[in-house]
Ligand binder design. Structure first.
Ligand code: ADP
Length: 420
C-alpha cells in the first residue's frame, strides 16, 4: 500500500482536525509534526499523511518554503495529491498566505487548476455564491471581523483570493454542485479553458463536499478546510478499509493541561468533581528555582496506579494575568512548556501509556519533549479530538492532543476511564 493523499495544514490544531477527517472517511492516516526531513518516516503504511505546519500567520515566503518542503516529502512518499488545509474562516490577509502557498504548491506539482472550498457544515461554515457564512451570518458580519491576527472584513471568496494571487479566480455555484460529479468536472474544464487557475466552489452540506471530493480526486492540489478533505477521503478507493488501531489497555493514564481556555477549565473541574487525583503546578515557584517537577513526580508516585491523574498549569484569567505580570508573557509560557514537557517525559518513563494533553502550544511542547515527530490517527473521542498512537523510547503511547476549546466538558474523565 502506498500513500495517496498528502496534506499540509497551516497550524497544529488544523492538522489534527484534518487528520481526523481523513480517518473518519476510513483512511489510515498519519499526522507529522513540523516540516519533515530525510530522516522522517511514516509510522506504518498509510493512505493519507498530514504535515502540521505553523504557516497561517508567518511571513508569506516562510509559509511557502515550509509548505513546499512538506509537499516534496509527501510526494517522495508517494502522494499524488496534496491537500492544503487552511481555516474554515479563510484566515488570511491580502498578502496571504492562502494564495501564495496554493500557487507555489501548484507550480511545484505542475498543476493548471485547483479548487478551494473552506466549508465545514458541522461547524456552521458554508459557502454560497462564493460567500462564506458562519452559521447565519456572513463571515464579515461575524465575530471574525475582529480577529486579533487576521480580521476578516470581506466574505466574497473570489475577491479575497483574487487579492492574494495574480491568477484568475472563478466560481462553481451551488446549482452546479447539486447536479453532481460529472457536471462539476465539466465546469472545472470550462474554467480551465477560460484561463481560470483557482476555482472557489459552493457547498452547503457534507453531500456537496462529497461531490466536490469525487470531482477533484485527480487534481494535484486542492485546498480548503477539513470538510472537503473528508469528501476527498470518501471518494478514495480504499475509503472505509482502515483497520481499527490498537487500544492500549495496559499502563497508566494521565492528563497534562497547559491550556487556560474556558472549556479546558471546565474539563479540569469535571475531573475534580469525579474525585480523581490532580495537582496544580506552581509556575511562579518554578521560576524562582523550586524543584516543582520533582515535587510533581513524588506526588505522582504516591497516587493509586489504577486511577488517571491530572497535572495542570492551567489558570483562571485572573491567576494567569498575575503570573504574566510578574514573569512576562513569554517567560511564563516558556516556564509552563518546560515544566509540562519534562513532566511528560518522566511520566512516560514511569509507565504512562495513555496521555491526554490540553492546549495547542502545550501539545507542541509535549510532543517535542517526547521526541514524537509522527503519530497514527485513531478514533475520535469527541469531534476533532482523535486518539493518536506512536512508539516512543519507553514504549507504545496513546496520545490525545486537544486544542483549548475542543472536547466536551467530561472529555478528560470519559477518555481516560473508558476501557474499550
Ligand atoms: P490553547 O489551546 O487553549 O490556546 P495553549 O497551550 O496553546 O492552549 O496556550 C496556553 C498558554 O498559556 C501556553 O503558552 C501556556 O504556557 C500558558 N500558561 C498556562 N498556564 C499558565 C500559568 N499558570 N501561568 C502562565 N502562563 C500559563
Amino acid at each position: 500500500m502506498t500513500l495517496r493523499i498528502g496534506c499540509t495544514a497551516d497550524d497544529f490544531t488544523g492538522g489534527t482536525d484534518v487528520a481526523a477527517a481523513f480517518r473518519r472517511a476510513g483512511l489510515r492516516t498519519a499526522l507529522v509534526f513540523g516540516v519533515p526531513d530525510d530522516t522522517s518516516v511514516l509510522p506504518v503504511d498509510c493512505d493519507a499523511a498530514v504535515v502540521a505546519l505553523k504557516s497561517r500567520s508567518t511571513p508569506a515566503d516562510e509559509a511557502v518554503a515550509d509548505s513546499l518542503a512538506a509537499q516534496r516529502w509527501l510526494r517522495s512518499k508517494g502522494a499524488s495529491q496534496v491537500y492544503f488545509k487552511y481555516c474554515s474562516t479563510f484566515d488570511s490577509t491580502p498578502q496571504g498566505n492562502i494564495g501564495p502557498v496554493t500557487d507555489a504548491l501548484m507550480d511545484a506539482a505542475g498543476a493548471g487548476i485547483t479548487l478551494h472550498c473552506p466549508a465545514s457544515p458541522p461547524n456552521g461554515r458554508t459557502v454560497f455564491q462564493g460567500h462564506l457564512f458562519v452559521h447565519d451570518q456572513l463571515l464579515s458580519d461575524s465575530p471574525l471581523r475582529h480577529h486579533p491576527l487576521n480580521p476578516m472584513t470581506d466574505s466574497a471568496l473570489v475577491r479575497l483570493l483574487s487579492a492574494q494571487t495574480r491568477h484568475k479566480v472563478g466560481l462553481i455555484d451551488w446549482a452546479t454542485v447539486r447536479r453532481g460529479v460529472e457536471t462539476v468536472r465539466d465546469a472545472v474544464l470550462a474554467h480551465q479553458k477560460a484561463g481560470v487557475r483557482h476555482i472557489v466552489a459552493d457547498a452547503l452540506t457534507d453531500e456537496d463536499l462529497a461531490v466536490l471530493g469525487a470531482a477533484t480526486l485527480d487534481m494535484p492540489v486542492v485546498a480548503g478546510a477539513a470538510g472537503l478533505a473528508e469528501g476527498i477521503g470518501h471518494a478514495h478507493p480504499t475509503a472505509g478499509a482502515a483497520p481499527a488501531e490498537p487500544w492500549p489497555r495496559a499502563g497508566r493514564a494521565a492528563v497534562l493541561a497547559g491550556s487556560c481556555s474556558a472549556r479546558t477549565l471546565e474539563q479540569i473541574a469535571r475531573f475534580h468533581a469525579a474525585g480523581l487525583p490532580s495537582l496544580h503546578l506552581d509556575v511562579l515557584a518554578a521560576a524562582t528555582g523550586r524543584d516543582v517537577t520533582g515535587e510533581a513526580l513524588d506526588w505522582y508516585d504516591a497516587q493509586d496506579p489504577g486511577l488517571p491523574v491530572l497535572i495542570y498549569a492551567s489558570a483562571t484569567p485572573e491567576e494567569l494575568g498575575a503570573v504574566q505580570a510578574q514573569l512576562g508573557v513569554a517567560e511564563a509560557a516558556a516556564q509552563v512548556e518546560e515544566l509540562l514537557g519534562t513532566v511528560a517525559l518522566h511520566l512516560t518513563g514511569r509507565g504512562v501509556r495513555r496521555l491526554l494533553v490540553a492546549g495547542g502550544e502545550t501539545s507542541g511542547a509535549v510532543t517535542t519533549a517526547l521526541g514524537i515527530r509522527a503519530v497514527l490517527v485513531g478514533e475520535e473521542a469527541d469531534p476533532g479530538v482523535p486518539w493518536t498512537y506512536s512508539t516512543t523510547e519507553t514504549g507504545d503511547l496513546a496520545l490525545m492532543l486537544k486544542s483549548g476549546n475542543f472536547g466536551a466538558p467530561d472529555l478528560f474523565v470519559r477518555a481516560l476511564t473508558e476501557t474499550k
